[in-house]
Write a protein that binds this ligand. Sequence first.
Ligand code: GLU
Length: 446
Amino acid sequence: MSDVRVRFAPSPTGFFHIGSARTALFNWLYARHTGGTFVLRIEDTDKQRNSDEFLEVIYSSLRWLGLDWDEGPQAGGDQGPYRQSERHDIYQEYINRLQDADRLYEKDGAQWFRISGEPQVIEDAIRGRVERTEEKDFVVVRSDGSPVFHLVNVVDDITMGITHVIRGEDHLSNTSKHTELFKALGAPLPTFAHIPLILSQQGSGKMSKRDQGALVGEYQERGYLPEAVVNFLCLLGWNPKDDREKMPLGDVIALFDFSGINQSNARFDERKMAHMNMSYLLEMPPADYLAKARDFFARNEDLKARMARAGDNYFADVIAISQPKVKAIDELPDYTIYFFADEFPWNPKAVKKTFKKGEPLARLAELKDRLSAMVDLQDETAVEEAIKSMAEQNGNGFGDYQAVARLAVSGTNAGPGLTQIFRVLGKDRVIARFEQFLAHPPAVDA
Ligand code: GLU
């Protein structure tokens, strides 16, 4: 255990977004890297804008991401309470101290803080030396008696023994107010570490809660892997100084340091996140992947019924051959639709492509006869050999059979391996779909 104490201090005024998650993560990583303590503090003084719903989202998002806090609401700790709405007496005591030090005066019903006006210099762990001078006194207690953000934030950092303030660069401009207050209260300054902003995907501005893909809950709902989201967030402003992107969290913890945090802003790239998620999905042990798929289907009544009708083994087979092919868990229902129903949509492009040249229906009829002659379609190698030798005998290519067969059983031209699809659907269903297709081929758009 080291003396390092960091905190994540969200305000529950909106859904939990990528920027907040990244700030929480960097604090958590620093605590885990140093063997310090990660504190969760809820900055909920703004009664009009806070809600319990948003508070719950903070807790559940942090838990989903695996960012466990050592002290805070629900975890306890002896420097609490950890919600600002419960710390009124503590703030009053510090207001009295400022009063006693003759640093407060009243004007228009509010309490104003008398600044020193001296240059405020910090050695920011990321930005380096930053100097700024406050020029005007500022309100610390509003006329309704409520203390302002700057005051409660500093009092909490003092009383909670915070050694490192790691937060978004948008707070850098507040820091001179904060250091004025630390000094007026006779407290040592923590180390500040202002992390670069996250820019939105499209524009040049800071990413906002309204940007597409900005909410953590979206990824949770879509069945993203929290490990992948965390890995992606690590790289938003930090890098391991080698070219690695996908890396185990244990390695990130071991390497994470302020020296690896960039000064330049990071750009949010949703495709990169999707790619990261896919590479985690590909490497997932099949049993775990199946469990994820089951969870996802179980969340929706229709999908749940679809899964139940399929039966455990069949469902598991379908998911196993789809795992290497889909980018995200939420793509599975559409991707696998033809395994669960004999009625499925025709992909018009695939239809057009298949009927563009050759005689697909004649090829399909040949294939139907050949496969009908087999006992079953369980041996993928034997099925493949059978198709190949038939193609050769008839002077055709494997591809002449493949496209139309795939279209007939799945309605599209992409998917798991054809012989895998045959094996999972089983001979009866494959032949029945071939027959159906030959009797009623899909209309080809001109
Ligand atoms: N409640 C502030 C925010 O959400 C925290 C500021 C800080 O970390 O000091 O931005």
